[in-house]
Ligand binder design. Structure first.
Ligand code: GDP
Ligand code: MG
Length: 450
């Protein structure tokens, strides 16, 4: 799967101090192949890969993240960007009713969505009305009525008596008229939202498009939501483009996200149409419905949500300037001092629940032990000890002999054992700083999971 491949790719990058152009090309190749496997449309893949490559080439070694983490971050950011950046919510009409029209192929999940949307809006205090403008299939009106009843909202439908045993392809009644009458009825009865369900065909066809476009023209909807089955694969782009040209829409709803579709359709549709994905449908029940979050979808596509969270936390916690200053110092061959060590400890404290973060990383071994034993009060103790040292001692801890240790312990209200432990830890940190200057990452920062 896409996630497996990306995970494998990123594993190869792990632990590299700096990425060569060849590394980046190999990674981008893997990402491209993985996205194609996930049914992301070819032109979308090409553009995506190029964007990631360009940004990865410009990556500089920063404080908080190693290059592999930075590539993960770039891939994630580009995915979020394509998926629409921030979540977009429904635009409500200044003068009610807000008119929402649903469009899409047959079986996409429009009627199901109509119920979910009505249910959710009702829960927010709105008074939605469902309008059955799908008169294509004999049971479509009945299906919407059932959905409406479950959602606890009224439905506006042509008289049920109109539906005898008619041929599936025969249009009964006038869908444009029903849609128009439904909106007028909502205005009259003071429903503040109208959701108009429309017909779909198994494949895109002219008559369907014309009907949907006519309904749109008749009711001037505030939102036209294009509903698309997330499992549709490479067809997603053709279908979405046809609806964009034939009807035009203001937003996309991805349905059947409860299946194993990884999100290839989402990526393609969002990129090709430039319309935001607004909702996700995740099952047959009324409540299997959520506002679409681009960042979560990117996480799903990468299947690396936990790692991304970790990266965010590490970045937030780590003061980049501080890191640069320290790295520069080490690079210049200057010694990492106890004062620097104190700053570093405080950075660790800023990271807060290190233990919680570690819970996200399987198989951390030694690192887990080290951080499990990290105690915030320890930082207070370290601070007290370092403050009890003379500037000379801070610059050159080698001069801290037995009597100096006893004096520092007394001054800081600790013990000589605590002072000894601190000096040992400092020696360890100094060693890590030297490794970091050779490109091994930031001390105190957990490595990527394996
Ligand atoms: P429409 O033809 O576009 O109106 O599609 P429907 O709303 O009738 O849905 C077609 C089928 O897909 C029905 O059997 C629905 O129960 C099912 N369905 C709709 N949305 C979802 C979803 O998010 N997840 C799953 N698993 N099934 C869905
Ligand atoms: Mg339907």
């Amino acid at each position: 799967s896409l996630s497996d491949r990306l995970t494998a790719t990123f594993k190869n990058l792990r632990g590299r101090g700096r990425l060569s152009e060849a590394d980046i090309d190999a990674t981008v190749r893997e990402i491209r192949r993985a996205l194609l496997d996930a049914d992301v449309a070819v032109p979308v893949v090409r553009e995506f890969a190029a964007a990631v490559r360009e940004r990865a080439l410009g990556v500089e070694v920063s404080g908080a993240l190693n290059p592999a983490q930075q590539v993960v971050k770039i891939v994630n950011e580009e995915l979020v960007e394509i998926l629409g950046g921030a979540t977009r919510t429904l635009r409500l009409a200044k003068v009610p009713p807000t008119v929402i029209m649903l469009a899409g192929l047959q079986g996409a999940g429009k009627t199901t969505l109509a119920g979910k949307l009505a249910h959710a809006l009702k829960g927010q205090g709105h008074t939605p009305l469902l309008v059955a403008a799908d008169l294509q299939r004999p049971n479509a009106v009945t299906q919407l009525s059932v959905v409406a009843e479950r959602a606890g909202v009224p439905v506006f439908a042509p008289h049920p008596g109109n539906q005898g045993a008619v041929d599936v392809d025969i249009v009964i009644g006038d869908p444009v008229g029903v849609a128009r009458d439904g909106v007028a009825y909502a205005r009259d009865k003071q429903h503040d939202v109208v959701i108009v369900d429309t017909a779909g065909r198994l494949g895109v066809d002219e008559a369907l498009m014309r009907q949907a476009a006519d309904i749109r023209a008749a009711i001037s909807p505030d939102e036209v939501l294009f509903v698309i089955d997330a499992m549709i694969g490479q067809d997603a782009v053709n279908t979405a483009t046809a609806f964009l040209e034939g009807v035009d829409f203001t937003g996309v709803v991805l349905s059947k996200l409860d299946g194993d579709a990884r999100g290839g359709a989402a990526l393609s549709v969002a990129k090709v149409t430039g319309r935001p994905i607004m909702f996700a449908s995740t099952g047959e029940k009324l409540t299997d419905f959520e506002v679409f979050h681009p960042d979560r979808m990117a996480g799903r596509i990468l299947d690396m949500g936990d790692v991304l969270t970790l990266i965010e936390q590490a970045e937030r916690a780590f003061d980049a300037d501080q890191a640069e200053r320290m790295a520069a110092k080490v690079a210049e061959g200057k010694d990492f001092t106890l004062a620097d060590f104190l700053v570093q400890m405080q950075q660790m404290r800023k990271m807060g629940s290190m233990k919680k973060m570690l819970g996200m990383l399987p198989g951390m071994g030694q690192m887990r032990e080290a951080i499990d034993s990290f105690d915030e009060r320890e930082v207070d103790r370290i601070e007290a000890i370092i403050r009890s040292m003379t500037p000379g001692e801070r610059e050159n801890p080698k001069i801290i002999n037995g009597s100096r240790r006893a004096r520092i312990a007394r001054g800081s209200g600790t013990t000589t054992t605590a002072v000894n432990q601190l000096l040992d830890r400092f020696a360890g940190a100094q060693k890590m700083m030297r490794q970091m200057s050779r490109g091994g990452g930031v001390p105190g920062m957990p490595p990527m999971p394996g």
